[in-house]
Design a protein around this ligand. Sequence first.
Ligand code: ADP
Length: 258
Amino acid sequence: KIVALRAGRLPGTPCPGVAIVLHDVTELRRLERLRNEFVSNVHHELKTPLAVISACVETILDGAKDNPNDLERFLQRVSDQTDRLSNLIGDLLRLARIESGLDVFDMAKLDVAKLVEDCVREHSEVASAKDVRLEIIPSVDAVRVEVDREGMRTILDNLVDNAINYTPCGGRVWLRWLSENGEAHIEVRDSGIGIPEEHLARVFERFHRVDAARSRAAGGTGLGLAIVKHLVQVFRGRIEVASVVDEGSTFTVHLPQA
Ligand code: ADP
């Protein structure tokens, strides 16, 4: 425990005395540390692509522009880093809006089967390009949840994107849903690289990555799961993860049934 100590005269007391006030500032210090870490992470994440862009432009101006192959190579790098910056800024703004309660949600009772089917359809091309089998395990349960359509899409998109990204070629990603005790459970499971146990509790933290190079190579910002967790909470639900290294991961979203 971190304690702040203040000593002084008791105000309004006729006789002199000493008051000692103890404040438990452990939580304040923790929040302060998290905020500082976040600011330094944002700084680093923004600085790195900008430095690459600046170096590429300099190299082009210094002579690479005269060689068409070099020019194309450096322009491609500029384009990749610009995409990275744009994804990062988009995710940062999204997270800030959700956290500050500024996002407006258009809540509606929606059919889980339809949401899952739409998501799988949208990701089928990316999955087959990587030779990952993306499928739905049919369910007999007709489940509806009260959510914002765009927000729910963001949740499923992020989970399925990750499942595909962190699953090697030839692997499998499958989705299913069921109803239990008035709750809808939506499961995104993969046969991918898995998450070591010591990272499991932290993957929902902003910028926490198991392997930063791998995440960046896959176009990740390190903010996807933090956004997912916040959105699930806005919809009065919770998210859980279970994983075995080299066998795969399962992310389960629990939502109240509509
Ligand atoms: P990123 O943009 O890095 O993917 P996320 O917030 O979506 O950021 O995920 C945080 C980290 O959790 C990832 O960098 C990765 O290490 C790990 N992770 C997320 N989903 C999976 C998964 N399905 N399989 C293995 N690791 C995962």
